[in-house]
Design a binder for this molecule. Sequence first.
Ligand code: NAD
Ligand code: MG
Length: 390
Amino acid sequence: MRKISILGATGSIGQSTIDLIARAPDAYDVVALTGGRNIAQLATDAIALQADLAVTAFEDELPALRQALGGSSVEAAAGQKALIEAATRPADWVMSSIVGVAGLAPGLKALEQGACLALANKESLVCAGKLLLQTAKTHNARLLPVDSEHSAVFQALVGEEISAVERIIITASGGAFRDWPVEDLKGASLAQASSHPNWDMGQRITIDSASMFNKALEVIETREYFGVDPSQIEVLVHPESLVHALVGFRDGGLMAHLGAPDMRHAIGYALHWPERRDLPVERLDLAAIGQLNFRKPDLLRYPALEQAQQVMQRGGLMGAVFNAAKERALDHFIAGRIRFTDMAEITARVLDQIESQSGLIDSAMTLDNVTQIDHMARRAADAVTAHNIG
Ligand code: NAD
Ligand code: MG
């Protein structure tokens, strides 16, 4: 039986992962499940999957978790240390599906114990790509992409040399506001930004799709994971979300990956890799679909895409600055303190400020330095927000 842990089990990706493993309970021995404040879900899944350990990230939730697990053999724990402990317990395959930079430290721990890490948590690659890849190498561990675009590229590269790649095109649905007049974006509400035309995902990534901060992170993720030059990465708006990515080779050939917009494909591919097994996803009927559309993204509508270029050109720890500023700006938008379009204003200002002021950007990529610059960028984002509001 394969030993499996899911970090961020109660979220959208975590639940899709559980959906797949629950279909073959005899194949998997569940070690640890982690979650946040959705204690009922965490406890229900931990009991049903007979996990050894259930962890909530929040210490004040421990009594509730203990109570919900009452009578079962599942061990309960809470807080940051417990999260690290969950990631450290030996497992063959670990799903990294915590949202945000909070997924970085547990992901590194899972790699240190030699696990195959299925990485949905793109933020950790954006903040500390080299550190993750180096940690995987040192511990003979494997990092597999779960983001649909990156899974698609990974699949298109089977049997190919990366040196034969001319360009990588990742697609974007365009999010909730792709057809809005740009001048209306200022007035976009939280509810409007939280609904996605094609994918059913967690709230944060859904809003990031509307602003294309998600695609900006994914461009950086592409560079980090596949090691290509920023000039080789393109983004295409593809409203149908059926072609997830295309890889262009030096002979002019273009390999596209198509599939229904269902994350269980990318999760299942990472789960069964290097094999392909049956997955419960819809099969595309291209004749019924009839037509696929593509267009260039409008940079006025999606300023985050240009910021990704700035981040990649600067290098060093700029990815961590960008991600932290984005996470704080998103917190402020969700809390109703700023407008939708203020998010990109905040990240732009934080990038410029920290780029010109902080030598920390060029320091070694260690977890400590990433954490330090993450905190600095969050404080800067808060200061910019306070100034804007005041
Ligand atoms: P979600 O909000 O639905 O779930 C997030 C999970 O992380 C939950 O289990 C939550 O309890 C946990 N969590 C939140 N804050 C935490 C913290 N501070 N410490 C520890 N745990 C915490 O998010 P999601 O949509 O499942 O996305 C998860 C990750 O996968 C993100 O990095 C996202 O960008 C990526 N991703 C998601 C999708 C998708 O379809 N949902 C697609 C591609 C990539
Ligand atoms: Mg994606």
